[in-house]
Ligand binder design. Structure first.
Ligand SMILES: [Zn+2]
Ligand SMILES: [Zn+2]
Length: 95
């Protein structure tokens, strides 16, 4: 499964991505910042082990805490990424 590519993007289509290779650990984060960022009770995220290619546009970033940067579409607001010192995670609903 390591050569599988998965694609996704935001609601309006301005930002699209392709993830090369296998995905890592899925998680449901209930922290307060994920609740705010997703506008819901939790943030569904999955770790990316391979390369992330932005095939259309690029996310804008919001520094939600000292070590955390959250990527989202500046045009429609869809949450897309969660970057921390240990790596990158993608919002599962964006695939
Ligand atoms: Zn968008
Ligand atoms: Zn969280």
């Amino acid at each position: 499964m390591t050569n599988t590519n998965r694609t996704g993007g935001c609601q309006c289509g301005a930002v699209r991505f392709k993830i090369h290779g296998a995905l890592g650990r899925p998680s449901i984060c209930h922290c307060r910042m994920c609740q705010k960022a997703f506008g819901g009770f939790f943030g569904p995220l999955v770790t990316v082990k391979g390369e992330t290619e932005w095939t259309r546009g690029e996310p804008s970033y919001f520094q939600s805490s000292v070590n955390i940067s959250r990527g989202f579409c500046a045009a429609c607001g869809t949450p897309l990424t969660y970057k921390h010192p240990g790596g990158l995670e993608i919002a599962i609903g964006a695939f």
